[in-house]
Each structure stands twice: as structure tokens, then as C-alpha cells.
Design a protein around this ligand. Structure first.
Ligand code: WT7
Length: 646
């Protein structure tokens, strides 16, 4: 058990919700009433909300089709368009001059884009994509820094019914190639580069490298100019984004998409094999993005400035930087650079400069900023803030208290939101003006979401006993599958409980008040600074180096990052001083810098049972420097332990 989890078990403080009669859900009673509507008539309630909250081109008649469960279909005979729901809808309502995106570049340049301007840009981009041969159902890979054009590209795809797959800009050329090939993308939209830590980080060269081999589906690469760095443009293939858009009209029909049309593919790590392409479809996804903005963040589009610090390379950036706030017709803030540049006050300065009212970030960022010292937030006016949120990993109670006191000045409610790439939006979270909070608990499932903690057979655990977190009923924003691999979808999420429950891969405990405490992954997935990484992916990357015979990767508790990466490596050759650095660089090249092991240890052998299984629990103890508690009688070779401990 890690220290963080131990401290959560000892956590008994409760904080009452803040008062706000004007909140979307202003009391615990209102929360219970809404939940009850779902208890009494789940489908009817979802149907009503979908009619109320989305603009339909063809209204649906059927809410849920579970005939081919776990391949669920929501609102399937209805048709709508995501970009119309995020843009035209608000312009038509007379809100064209409202700011849709406030963007701040790392060097300090600022752009404010109104709904009218954003719609015009999205139409130009959509027309440009069509001109380049992108058709309904085609896949478009977006490999970009955090610049407004990334959001424009996503919405342009949605407008013409192309499926976007955003690849995080810090992933390597190799990782990009794998995703482009798996998705069979026709176009890559990228940028010359973007700003990070005061320097331009080039992106286009990675695209060029990815396209050197394979990727035969790619016809064109659209290049946004942002970094100003020199890039090579391959004649016929590579096209300047600004030139392509400049010649297009600022109107483009939003195609009518069936509710189940795939909006996006987002690759995420699992415990086995290559990253899986999580598929989200249209109506259900957008409905939940909009509802959770209102329920969980109490978003009021006329007065709030919402800032989610996640990169659009992750689901958090998709749902809460782009689709959620825009579906509500509100203002979303995007920041290009790193939180600590030029100094650790950057995030707080942005909050103050743009009067941010709702701020959403990851515990790892909070912990890093705690370490930087209270003088940074104290130097900025944070009085505009009214709701704070966290996501991505369990938040330790100490970090929660700091967020509450130093950032929220004890007046802003904190919403600790548990969800996953697969769930599309929040699943378990406090409601800021209804739910009493306990530091470290994501509290209760949202109305319409049914979660439980069960044992390996699916039996509900007694309060306070740890078990597996499951979702027991389908929900509109659930993943619809893994791109091109139906069998893996069933195997990964549904097989464990015979198709009855969605298995999240997390351990959890539910206390006597019905509050959920998430205890982290129960599979071989690491959560490093809020980034999800499969141990097997990193092991494969290591083994692809010529000096490596065998590798085992485990997580180790880390004060800032939550978990850090520890690799145990058996070499084919003599170890030398440079090899550790070389292996780290090799992993960065294969996957990306986020997957670089923090610690590499060489040994002649890995600890294995007599049947040849690597003893991972033992390795985790060794990595953490803990006493080994495991029975080692099955261990083949006892000498390896001493080697690995040093
Ligand atoms: C995993 C999903 C969509 C959120 C961003 C990460 C962990 C997420 C919490 C939380 C404890 C959390 C879980 C989950 N996680 N939020 N509030 N408390 N753990 O999305 O990359 O798909 O990772 O992140 O382990 O399974 P992701």
C-alpha cells in the first residue's frame, strides 16, 4: 500500500458544499431527485435530456439499443452535427460576438476568438479538408501544439463527418506512425512547432519521419505556422494551412450525422499490446460533455471563463477544453506552454489576467506548484475563481487541502472527478454546490451513472472494503469500441464480469456514506504525472534496443508525479556508464519523453517463479525500497534480488 493510499484511509474530514441558489444543481436534495428520475426511468430520462440539450437534424425515437450489448447504441435513429451544436447554434441565438476561445501563447501573445469568427474558421477549414479529398467517414490525424487551430481542426472534421484522432504532440514519430496506420488516416494536420519552456519544439520533422515508412493512407499534410521554425515542405504532399484556408469560403454545410457516427478515436494504453484506439461517437458523447459542464462545474456560459489545463492530446482536453464548453456556448481558455514558464506563477497569472472562474487541472501539477512555494499564488489576484477541479489520478489529502486553502481561499468547492478516456466524461464527482466533500474522495456517481465496488465475481463489497470499480449500466458517452478490434473491446472491458458490468481497471473502496475512494489501477497500467502508460509498451520499447535481452517495468511511488517508471533490464552485453542514458533516449524515441524510465537497474536475471512468470509485485517492492513481504520460495534464483536492490 502506498503512503498516499494510507493517508486516504485515515482521512475523515468533511467540507460542506458552498451555498449557491443559482447553481444548476443547488442542493443534495436536487441531486437525489435527479438520480431518482434515472432510477425510475433511465431511458426516458436520458431521452428527455437529449431532446432538451442538443439540436437535432432528425429527432430520435429510440433512446437505447442494447440488442448487441456490449455494443450499445444511443439515440441511433437521430441525426445531428457536433460542430453545429457547438457553433451555429450559439451564433443563431445572437451570441456570435461572445468569446469562444481565449488563447494565450507561451511567449505571452493572446488571441480572443468569438463564436462568429470560430464558425467562419471552422467552415474554411472544413472546405479546405473537402478540397483535399477528405470525405464523410475518413480519418484525420491531428498532431498539434495547444493552439486554437487544433480546436478548429477538430470542429472542421466534425462538420463534414470525418473522424479525428488527436495524437499528443510530445509523442514520438514512431508512436505517431503506429496511430496513423492503425486509424488509416488520409490527412495529418500539424504545425511547424509550438512553444515549450521558452523554446520552439518542432513537430513537422516528426511527421516527416513518421511518413518515411508505411503510412500509405496519407495523402496530404496540412501545416499551421506557429513556431516560425524552418520546415521542409514536400511538394504535392505538404500544404500550408493558412494558404489553404485563405481561398475558402467561410460557409460550409454541417452534414447530418447519425448519432452513432464516430466523432473521434483516441489512443490510450492498456495492460497488453499496442495502444488501443478508443472510439467515441457523436450525440451521446456531446450530450454528456454538455451536461457534466453544467452539473459538475456549474458552468454558466454568460459569465464564466473556464480553464482546463489539459492538452488536447488527451480526452480531458477533448471533452473539457473543446466540446463541453463550446456545446454550452461559453468561453474556454487554452494555454500553449508549460505551467512553470517563465516562473511557477504562470498559471495563477493567467487566472488573474483572464479572470478565470473555473479552473481544472491534475494533482501532479498541484503538487509541483506546492513545492514551488506559496509566494507564487499569493502574488496574483485569484478572486475570480469560484470552482476548482482535479482529474487524472488520486489526489492526496495534503494536496487537496493546499488547493482548498491557498488557491480556493477556503471558499471554492473542489470537484475531484474520476473518469477515463473510455467514459468520455465524468463518472464519479462531487457537485460543487450540493455534495459535501472529503479530501481524496471523488465522492458519488453522477446522476445517470451507476457504479459499484465488487469482488472478482461481481459481488458487491461491504462498505470500506477494497475491490474493483465497475459501472453497472450503459451511459451515453461510453466508448463504443476499440477501432478495428471488437474482440479486444469485449475482452478488456466486459469479459471479466460476463458482460454484466463495465470493468474500469481501477481498484476502489466505497465508505459507509457511499463515497468512492479510488485506489489506482489494478492492471499493469502506470499513471505517471496523470499520463497513462502501459508497462508492456515500455518493455517492448526497451527490448527493441540491441543491447537489451529482457526488461520488466514497474511503477514506484513518486511525491510529485504520483508514480515514476522503474525498469529492470537484462543486457546482452556488458553494462557501461552511457547505456542507461542511451536506453532512456531510446524509449523517448520509440514512445515519447513521457515514457522515459526514471530509474534503470541492470541484472543478470529477472526474478521469476518456477513457471517462468516475472514476479512483478516483488519488483515493485524493490523499486520502492520497501521490505519484501512476499513469499519468495517459488523464486528461481535468489541472487538476483541483491543485484536489483543495489
Ligand atoms: C485513469 C484513466 C479522463 C481523465 C484523465 C485520465 C485515473 C482519473 C481520477 C481521479 C483517481 C483517477 C484512473 C483511471 N484517474 N481520474 N479523480 N481519482 N484516479 O484519463 O488517461 O484514460 O486514465 O486515470 O486510474 O482509470 P486516462
Amino acid at each position: 500500500m502506498t503512503d498516499a493510499i494510507q493517508s486516504m484511509l485515515n482521512e475523515h474530514r468533511t467540507f460542506p458544499p458552498a451555498d449557491n441558489a443559482a447553481a444548476h444543481i443547488p442542493s443534495m436534495q436536487a441531486y437525489r431527485d435527479l438520480r431518482q428520475r434515472f432510477d425510475e426511468d433511465m431511458e426516458g430520462t436520458w431521452g428527455q435530456l437529449a431532446k432538451e440539450h442538443l439540436i437535432w437534424k432528425t429527432p430520435f425515437l429510440r433512446v437505447l439499443n442494447a440488442e448487441k450489448a456490449p455494443f450499445f447504441r444511443w439515440f441511433e435513429d437521430g441525426e445531428m452535427n457536433i460542430s453545429e451544436n457547438c457553433l451555429d447554434r450559439h451564433v443563431d441565438a445572437g451570441l456570435g460576438e461572445r468569446t469562444a476561445i481565449i488563447w494565450e501563447g507561451e511567449p505571452g501573445d493572446v488571441r480572443r476568438i468569438s463564436y462568429r469568427e470560430l464558425l467562419a474558421d471552422v467552415c474554411r477549414a472544413a472546405n479546405a479538408l473537402k478540397k483535399l479529398g477528405v470525405e464523410y467517414g475518413d480519418r484525420v490525424v491531428i498532431y498539434m501544439p495547444m493552439i486554437p487551430e487544433a480546436a478548429v481542426a477538430m470542429l472542421a472534421c466534425a462538420r463534414i463527418g470525418a473522424t479525428h484522432s488527436v495524437v499528443f504532440g510530445a509523442f514520438s514519430a514512431q508512436a505517431l506512425r503506429e496511430r496513423v496506420e492503425d486509424a488509416g488516416a488520409k490527412i495529418i494536420i500539424t504545425a511547424d512547432g509550438g512553444w515549450r519552456r521558452g523554446e520552439v519544439h518542432a513537430l513537422k520533422p516528426s511527421v516527416d519521419e513518421a511518413l518515411l515508412q508505411g503510412c500509405s493512407s496519407i495523402r496530404h499534410v496540412l501545416v499551421v505556422r506557429r513556431g516560425g521554425n524552418d520546415v521542409e515542405m514536400q511538394a504535392g504532399r505538404d500544404i500550408e494551412w493558412h494558404e489553404a484556408l485563405a481561398v475558402q469560403q467561410d460557409q460550409c454545410e454541417a452534414v447530418s450525422c447519425p448519432s452513432e457516427h464516430p466523432l473521434l478515436i483516441l489512443y490510450t494504453s492498456g495492460s497488453t499490446g499496442k495502444p488501443k484506439g478508443i472510439v467515441h461517437t457523436s450525440a451521446g458523447y456531446l450530450l454528456w460533455a454538455r451536461l457534466t459542464m453544467q452539473w459538475v462545474f456549474d458552468f454558466h456560459p454568460e459569465s464564466d471563463v473556464f480553464w482546463c489545463t489539459a492538452d488536447i492530446g488527451w480526452i480531458t482536453g477533448h471533452t473539457y477544453s473543446v466540446y463541453g464548453p463550446l456545446a454550452c456556448g461559453g468561453t474556454t481558455l487554452m494555454y500553449e506552454g508549460v505551467p512553470t514558464h517563465p516562473d511557477p506563477g504562470r498559471l495563477w497569472k493567467i487566472c488573474s489576467d483572464h479572470s478565470v472562474t473555473i479552473f481544472y487541472t491534475a494533482p501532479t501539477a498541484i503538487r509541483a506548484l506546492i513545492r514551488a512555494g506559496d509566494e507564487w499564488p499569493k502574488a496574483h489576484d485569484l478572486s475570480s475563481l469560484r470552482v476548482l477541479g482535479t482529474v487524472g489520478e488520486p489526489i492526496n489529502p495534503e494536496a487537496w487541502m493546499w488547493y482548498h486553502k491557498v488557491i480556493g481561499k477556503e471558499r471554492c468547492p473542489i470537484v475531484d472527478t474520476w473518469w477515463q478516456t473510455e467514459t468520455g466524461g465524468h463518472m464519479i464527482s462531487p457537485l460543487p454546490f450540493a455534495t459535501p466533500t472529503k479530501p481524496g474522495s471523488a465522492t458519488k456517481p453522477l446522476p445517470g451513472i451507476f457504479t459499484e465496488v465488487v469482488d472478482g465475481d461481481g459481488k458487491t463489497m461491504m462498505p470500506d472494503q477494497g475491490g474493483l470499480l465497475v459501472i453497472t449500466k450503459p451511459w451515453p458517452s461510453m466508448l463504443r469500441g476499440i477501432w478495428g478490434d471488437d474482440a479486444r473491446y469485449v475482452e478488456t472491458y466486459w469479459k471479466k464480469f460476463d458482460g454484466r458490468y463495465y470493468f474500469a481497471g481501477d481498484g476502489a473502496r466505497c465508505d459507509t456514506d457511499g463515497y468512492f475512494w479510488i485506489m489506482g489501477r489494478v492492471d499493469d497500467v502506470l499513471n505517471v504525472a496523470g499520463h497513462r502508460l502501459g508497462t508492456m509498451e515500455i518493455e517492448s520499447a526497451l527490448v527493441s534496443h540491441k543491447a537489451v535481452a529482457e526488461a520488466a517495468v514497474v511503477g514506484r511511488p513518486d511525491e510529485i508525479k504520483g508514480e515514476s517508471i522503474c525498469a529492470f533490464v537484462v543486457l546482452k552485453q556488458e553494462a557501461n556508464n552511457d547505456l542507461k542514458a542511451e536506453l532512456k533516449a531510446h524509449v523517448a524515441k520509440e514512445i515519447g519523453p513521457i515514457a522515459k524510465p526514471d530509474d534503470i537497474r541492470f541484472a543478470d536475471n529477472l526474478p521469476k517463479t518456477r513457471s517462468g512468470k516475472i514476479m512483478r509485485r516483488l519488483l515493485r517492492d524493490i523499486a520502492a525500497g520497501r521490505d519484501i513481504q512476499q513469499d519468495m520460495s517459488t523464486l528461481e534464483d535468489h541472487r538476483v534480488i541483491e543485484q536489483l536492490q543495489s
